[in-house]
Design a protein around this ligand. Structure first.
Ligand code: MN
Length: 200
């Protein structure tokens, strides 16, 4: 299958002030493009070139480090871009009810996801996933993700929080907690709800 470089679903400045335009531009147009190009080069001419990205990641233990790192980078950033929108949005009644029954409240989920992002040493992602129909919060190192057969906790990711320094350093420097707090203002809970519906 031909892999295509995905569109950013909004302008570079759409998420200000939570995410500044320069960070978005560098993150999308340089970091993400590099993951994409390296992934395409790594699968070119191999059987993986005929599989979907999700299929490749589900069996990533049989792939090279280049496929794992760059295929993960491609998938993770597509989900990260589609986890945010200008001004944020609201969760469906169904997702809200699942959040309340699983975590107690939206605030408790926010706190749990914040802790997952803060305690991920070095670079990685924090996730809200669906596993056996239930919501869970987890995190992964580098460009790994919960779709991968190498992940400690596996499931279907529905919300992705990038905690690599490249996601926030220009504006927040070392202050990862400030970035995560501001990030929750632009979470696109409507899209998270649609993914929850599809995954459970
Ligand atoms: Mn990133």
């Amino acid at each position: 299958m031909a892999f295509e470089f995905p569109d950013l679903p909004y302008d570079f400045n759409a998420l200000e002030p939570s995410i500044d335009a320069q960070t978005m531009e560098i993150h999308y147009d340089r970091h993400h493009r590099t993951y994409f190009n390296n992934f395409v080069a790594a699968v070119d001419g191999t059987p993986a070139a005929d599989q979907s990205l999700e299929q490749i990641l589900a069996n990533v233990s049989s792939q090279s480090a280049a496929v794992r790192n760059n295929g993960g980078g491609l998938y993770n950033h597509i989900l990260y871009w589609n986890s945010m929108c200008a001004g944020g949005s609201s969760a469906s009644a169904e997702l809200e009810s699942a959040i309340n029954s699983t975590f107690g409240s939206t605030d408790a989920l926010t706190e749990k996801m914040t802790q997952a992002g803060l305690t991920r040493f070095g670079s990685g992602f924090a996730w809200l996933i669906v596993k056996d129909g239930e919501l869970h919060v987890t995190s992964t190192p580098n460009q790994d993700n919960p779709l991968m057969d190498v992940a400690e906790v596996q499931g279907t990711p529905i919300l992705a929080l990038d905690v690599w320094e490249h996601a926030y350093y220009l504006k927040y420097q070392n202050k990862r907690p400030d970035y995560i707090k501001a990030w929750f203002d632009v979470v696109d809970w409507a899209k998270v709800s649609a993914r929850f519906d599809a995954a459970k």
